[in-house]
Ligand binder design. Structure first.
Ligand code: NAP
Length: 263
């Protein structure tokens, strides 16, 4: 989801943009990744790969460690500007996904003190699973199915392209270290789904209110991991609104659906 958005935006900004994904090789093979970088010789590395399926991370700890920490080690050991896409969940890590994303941050900073660590939460489309929060919601609305949004979980997720645009500013600055990249709102998942539903022209009664259930299968979740927005405003004069994010999302999603209608 995010990687596709980076590619689409950055290919118009730089002479050469190279992608690295599992089609190239097993990314858990550190030797391969190091060799790939030595050949590609990038100036900037943006690391978006992660397993965003929390249950799978919990059930496959070795694989998750290799991906979130081993791959991060291989990428951040290369002498380039390194951007690590982290998660708001590291603020209160209750599951193995969040814990290993936090470890990945540490590894990146130890390997490369010039690393930029962007803690964020995002919505968009084209995710690996096809079932990210917004995609799941839109599929349900299209089918006329009701969904439940949690009123006791709050976040300030931004649209993928909002993050991509900010990242472009950041990599073209001297900024190093951690930065939260979130929206200028604290909204419950219930309210977010209502706003999404409304934006895409569905009946908002399709969104029911509910509460976060107790952890299932050991996968705990924090109720609030709000991203701080002041540093982003202070360093980059950037304020990200939900209204703008949803409008960008709707426009890009419609274009994407149109282009892929007959595929
Ligand atoms: N989505 C969110 O709400 C959210 C919130 C906070 C932070 N983030 C962070 O944002 C970044 C991008 O996530 P996303 O939302 O764009 O999710 P996504 O669509 O699931 O993208 C993750 C990417 O990682 C790749 N990947 C996973 N396991 C791999 C493996 N073993 N070997 C090679 N590639 C592997 C996936 O490739 P395949 O498609 O081939 O599996 C996919 O391209 C991640 O670092 C994530 O931690 C996401």
């Amino acid at each position: 989801m995010l990687g596709a958005s980076f590619l689409s935006y950055f290919k118009d900004k730089y002479d050469t943009v190279i992608t690295l994904n599992r089609a190239d090789c097993d990314l858990l093979n550190v030797a391969f990744v190091s060799q790939f970088l030595a050949t590609a010789r990038p100036d900037i590395i943006i690391h978006c790969a992660a397993d965003t399926n929390l249950r799978r991370c919990e059930n496959h700890p070795e694989q998750t460690l290799l991906l979130h920490c081993g791959l991060t080690h291989a990428l951040s050991a290369y002498p380039a500007k390194f951007v690590y896409i982290s998660s708001d969940s590291v603020k209160d890590p209750r599951n193995f996904y969040a814990k290993t994303k936090l470890l990945g941050e540490e590894i990146a900073c130890l390997n490369n003190p010039q690393s930029v660590i962007l803690r964020t939460n995002i919505y968009g489309f084209n995710s690996s699973s096809g079932a990210s929060l917004a995609e799941w919601a839109l599929k349900s609305f299209t089918a006329g199915e009701k969904i439940t949004g949690y009123t006791d979980v709050e976040f300030n997720a931004i649209y993928t392209k909002q993050l991509v645009e900010v990242t472009y500013k950041i990599v073209n600055s001297a900024y190093v270290g951690h930065l939260d990249v979130g929206g200028n709102y604290a909204i419950s998942k219930y309210e977010f789904l209502q706003r999404l539903c409304d934006k895409f022209g569905y009946d908002t009664s399709l969104v029911l209110s509910g509460q976060l259930p107790p952890p299932v299968g050991g996968v705990g979740r924090a109720k609030s991991t709000l991203l701080e927005i002041e540093p982003l405003k202070e360093h980059f004069d950037v304020v990200l609104s939900l209204e703008t994010g949803l409008a960008m999302f709707k426009e890009e999603k419609n274009l994407y659906d149109k282009a892929n209608k007959h595929k």
